[in-house]
Design a protein around this ligand. Structure first.
Ligand code: ADP
Ligand code: MG
Length: 693
């Protein structure tokens, strides 16, 4: 029935009035305090210990581990709400203990409070089983060594529902919880509405399985033929991780160890397996055991994530399995009702030590990886005098960046190419590209020419060379010297990283200018061929230019051709300058004539053929259709040729152009403004933008 409201005469009270009204205490009798019914107390407490199905599984598995089981099997129905059953082959429970087994605060693991200091078992509060009986129906089947039969008994609200019944039993204990939260409507509803706990249970068992490698674990859905976790005891932690988390995780793990026995700071031993830079995941997996307890430690997790983000080129979330052992008196296990967290003595110091162990492990692995994939780094073979700054050596660069604030940390430096696009690409078995032998050939030839004899004796050339030197831009020079080549951004622009900045650099302009400078610097030092009669250069050049575009009918380029061919042969300086420019243009790394097949140009490599359906022969009404029926096939030969040409060019850009540029190039000031160098990102600015978000 709806209550009819009287129309309100007075305006409704404002916020202020309402607050004031509340602030005036109404003279009321104080409510009576009474003692809660024990069953209410127990049920409230139970709701805290058993928050959801997965917390019940954790308690039961921990009990099985405390009972020295070597095999633990879990069966779950309806995400644990209908049934959770944990069977083990542990020492079992004595017949005479069954009546108090599920009472609150009954335990076989602790007697004195002081025992907590040295407790090795996972349980000690004597609350888990009791709690389960307040929020579910618990049935225990157990047998101890030497008994002919076992006993089965069910519990409700902490007490036995009947006398234990003799039954057939296999070694150990089986505990079954049915209808979890049957008496807690709100919780059951929330749990039923949310995704079920089964994945969480599988995850939990997976974690236990990789730590307790001498125990067989299995976890399956009720009625399912296959187990979702199934491990057999092994002596190898890595094998256990492989069988639980899969090959793709296990093959990207490295062993890590750290320890400290300095009583004044921290005492601990840590060992584990952590992911390397090839591991890719969307979220961090951190399996942490402290003194064999599966716990969480947000501070440690964050600390490690920071190291990963700062050290590895791919900012992937890591996988970490870690076991930390401390003197038990340094761990307070009693800070959380479900023992999910523990508190450590000198936690800060321990975290710091572990953090630096991670850092050096990751840095080392990064360097190892670099040297495996990039057998030689061109820049590192440069002569000593080109590297004035001694702290650019790979070793020092690692330690140098340790105290750099995160927003200034760069993924790579010019000596450490781990961040290059190449590291991300699958290496195709190319016939001759990127092979070490090629590198060696190129490098030795570069080395031979590294210190060209002093330039030609000609004043004109000397003038041109000193123009180059006088016009050099020091900022660009620094970028070019200490940059990292990341990869080609498109057909013409390469992406470079210099400190915290990213640049796009026009490789055509760059290579042309480099060649121009090289021609001038080595003027008169190139190998020469003696020709008896002078050659008609102009005619030859015109011929060559005409031949290049024979198929082009229009002559609009003739002007240009005249220009190129018309080098000023009379004035020495401009003659040499003209020749150098022409040679530079010839040797510049222009994009290959065939379009880049990796771009939108792929279309170019599709053969277009008209195919005529024989049945339609002579049928004029269909002739329109005939023209449209086009079979698209890829011209594999042409495609391969193009791929090869583009790959070769990129190889030359990375392995020839940039190392040479680093050593010899004097960037002209004009390049800072003519679009040859364009800054595309700066980490500091990005940080500012993100801070505002
Ligand atoms: P706690 O583990 O804190 O002692 P629990 O309520 O979890 O408290 O368990 C109570 C007691 O029941 C344990 O101390 C242990 O003696 C016994 N118990 C429970 N589960 C098992 C099991 N799977 N095998 C043998 N004993 C068990
Ligand atoms: Mg327990």
């Amino acid at each position: 029935m709806e209550v009819e409201r009287e129309p309100c005469e007075e305006p409704p009270p404002t916020m202020m009035e309402e607050e004031e009204a509340e602030a005036i205490p109404v003279a009321k009798e104080p409510p009576r305090i009474h003692r809660l019914d024990q069953s209410v107390v127990n049920r409230i407490a139970a709701g805290e210990v058993i928050q959801r199905p997965v917390s019940a599984v954790k308690e039961l598995v921990e009990n099985s581990l405390d009972a020295h089981s070597t095999s633990i099997n879990v069966v779950v129905k309806d995400g644990g709400l209908k049934l959770i059953q944990v069977s083990d082959d542990g020492h079992g429970i004595r017949y005479e203990d069954l009546p108090i087994l599920c009472e609150r605060h009954t335990t076989s693991k602790l007697s004195e409070f002081e025992d907590l200091q040295s407790i090795k078992s996972m349980g000690f509060r004597g609350e888990a089983l009791a709690s389960m009986t307040y929020v579910g129906h618990v049935t225990v089947t157990t047998i101890t060594a030497g008994q002919l039969h076992g006993y089965r008994v069910s519990y409700r609200d902490g007490v036995m529902e009947h006398e234990p019944k003799a039954c057939a039993a296999v070694k150990g204990t089986q505990i079954m919880i049915e209808n979890l939260f049957y008496n807690m409507t709100a919780r059951r509803k929330t749990l039923q509405n949310s995704a079920d706990d089964y994945p969480k249970i599988v995850d939990l068992l997976s974690r236990f399985a990789i730590h307790h490698i001498n125990v067989n674990f299995s976890c399956r859905k009720h009625g399912a033929a296959r187990a979702d976790v199934h491990t057999v005891a092994t002596s190898s932690r890595l094998d256990a991780i492989r069988s639980v988390f899969g090959v793709s995780v296990a093959r990207n793990l490295m062993k890590i160890e750290a320890a400290d026995d300095d009583v004044s700071s921290s005492v601990f031993e840590m060992d584990g397996f952590i992911s390397n830079s090839n591991y890719i995941a969307k979220k961090t997996t951190m399996v942490l055991f402290i003194n064999d307890r599966l716990v969480e430690c947000t501070a440690l997790k964050r600390a490690i994530e920071i190291v990963y983000a700062a050290t590895l080129p791919k900012a992937s979330k890591p996988f970490i399995y870690m076991s930390i052992v401390l003197p038990s008196e340094h761990v307070d296990v009693n800070i959380h009702p479900t023992k999910r967290e523990v508190s450590l003595l000198n936690q800060e110091a321990i975290i710091e030590k572990i953090q630096s162990a991670f850092e050096s492990k990751l840095r080392n692995s990064n360097e190892e990886r670099t040297f495996q994939e990039q057998t030689m780094e061109p820049s590192s073979s440069g002569p000593k005098d080109t590297r004035k700054d001694s702290d650019c050596s790979p070793k020092l660069s690692g330690s140098r960046s340790q105290k750099v604030p995160v927003h200034k940390i760069v993924r790579t430096d010019s000596q450490d190419p781990a961040g290059r696009l190449h590291a991300y690409l699958q290496v195709k078995p190319q016939s001759h590209l990127g092979k070490e032998s090629d590198l060696t050939v190129v490098r030795s030839s570069v080395r031979q020419r590294r210190n060209p004899k002093e330039t030609a004796d000609l004043t004109s050339i000397q003038e041109l060379v000193s123009e180059i030197e006088g016009n050099s831009h020091s900022g660009l020079q620094d970028i070019i010297k200490y940059c990292t080549y990341i990869g080609m951004a498109d057909d013409v622009f390469a992406l470079l990283q210099h400190n915290t900045h990213l640049y796009l650099v026009n490789v055509v302009n760059l290579s042309k200018e480099l060649m121009y400078q090289q021609v001038l610097c080595r003027f008169a030092h190139f190998n020469a061929i003696q020709i008896s009669n002078p050659v008609p250069l102009k005619e030859l050049i015109m011929l060559a230019l005409k031949e290049e575009d024979l198929d082009q009918q229009c002559d609009e380029n003739d002007d240009l051709k005249e220009k190129i061919a018309e080098i000023d042969w009379e004035n020495e300086k401009s003659c040499f300058q003209g020749i150098s420019s022409a040679l530079a243009n010839f040797f510049a790394l222009h994009p290959p004539t065939l379009p880049n097949p990796s771009g939108d140009n792929f279309q170019f490599y599709k053969k277009r053929q008209s195919s005529r359906n024989p049945q339609d022969e002579g049928n004029s009404s269909n002739s329109l259709v005939d023209d449209v029926v086009i079979e698209e096939q890829i011209d594999h030969e042409l495609l391969a040729e193009a791929e090869n040409a583009w790959a070769q060019r990129e190889w030359s850009i990375q392995h020839v152009l940039f190392p040479a540029v680093r050593l010899f190039f004097k960037p002209p000031t004009s390049m800072a403004t003519d679009g040859t160098f364009v800054q595309v990102a700066s980490l500091e600015k990005l940080y500012k933008i993100f801070e505002r978000c």
